[in-house]
Design a protein around this ligand. Structure first.
Ligand code: BG6
Length: 300
């Protein structure tokens, strides 16, 4: 566990960036600047909250989220890496990889000239990571917090042979009522429908929500927009280095089985995940890197 006093003296920035404990063991960075308020957990380099100044939160965090070291946190911006979903060959390995459940190293914090806070996190290869991922592939996550939120995931291949990864920034967005919102940007895209045995289908028009949705849209680099007319806002999702977009809402039965979604929490969240999955997995050549970048901003 990281020492709060050390973190504050090395990486704190006055009242704009301070570290504290959430629950007994979860170390978080609290950000309060002229541009936004936000909270970022060291575990997973996971943004738990982000609200442009004077606005409601853009990121959803479950009211029943558990802050237990080594367990995934329901909400925020989990990093799925170095695989997305179930492991291809070993069902004992954790779903969505291990990056979201380990403590990352914070390398730097900075107040940029434009008023944003930049945090740089990394995970190095270790004996523990080698047990489930036998490759030397250091990972960094760069987080820019302002009136936009930017995340960049940088995977480097330090092996002498190519490596193949799948990944996603599995962001949970806060919505007024998922039954009233629609997602645009994926018209005519092909997707794998996980709710229908991974059948391949084609999107027609915008996505509406009236039941469980779990889809991997393939070969799309398009921007998506979550249109939330009740809250009179549109969340814009722009990405680079990503060929897949995953859209997920577990609906009633699955959320009840999950146990950490909160009372009817599924109505107030929607995941639109930017990544590379299924046939869009990424091959990284030796000594090369791959960058997955997203930017979220709100228009009203
Ligand atoms: C989504 C998957 O990305 O993540 C879903 O497409 C999955 O199938 C969901 O249920 C949540 O996963 P987890 O491991 O955080 O419960």
């Amino acid at each position: 566990m990281h020492d709060i006093t050390d973190l504050n003296s090395h990486f704190g920035i006055g009242e704009q960036l301070m570290f504290s404990l959430l629950g007994e063991n979860m170390v978080v960075a609290d950000i309060n600047t002229d541009l936004c308020t936000a909270r970022v957990a060291i575990q997973g380099a996971q943004v738990l909250e982000w609200a442009p100044k004077g606005q409601r939160s853009v990121i959803w965090l479950s009211t029943d989220a558990k802050f237990i070291p080594g367990k995934s946190i329901r909400g925020g911006t989990p990093v799925c890496w170095p695989w997305f979903g179930a492991h291809a060959t070993n069902s004992d390995y954790p779903a969505h990889g291990y990056a979201r459940t380990v403590d990352w190293d914070l390398l730097s914090s900075e107040l940029l000239a434009d008023g944003r806070i930049k945090l740089v996190f990394s995970i190095q290869t270790s004996d523990a990571t080698r047990r489930v991922w036998p490759h030397t592939s250091p990972l960094e996550c760069h987080i820019f917090l302002g009136n936009t939120l930017e995340l960049e995931l940088i995977t480097r291949n330090d092996e002498s042979v190519p490596i193949i990864i799948s990944e996603a920034l599995h962001t949970y967005f806060a919505v007024s009522d998922v039954r009233q919102v629609r997602v645009s940007g994926l018209d005519a895209c092909e997707y794998l429908d996980k709710v229908d045995n991974f059948n391949r289908k084609t999107q027609q028009g915008v996505i509406n929500f009236s039941g469980e949705v779990d889809r991997v849209y393939l070969a799309t680099e398009s921007k998506c927009v979550i249109d939330d007319s009740n809250w009179k806002r549109q969340i814009h999702i722009t990405k680079r280095g990503s060929r897949s977009t995953v859209v997920w809402n577990p609906w009633i039965d699955k959320s009840q089985a999950m146990g950490d979604m909160g009372e009817s929490g599924y109505l107030n969240m929607l995941c639109v995940e930017s990544g590379n999955a299924a046939s869009d997995v990424v091959t990284i050549e030796p000594a090369k890197e791959h960058r997955l970048w997203v930017r979220y901003h709100v228009e009203s």
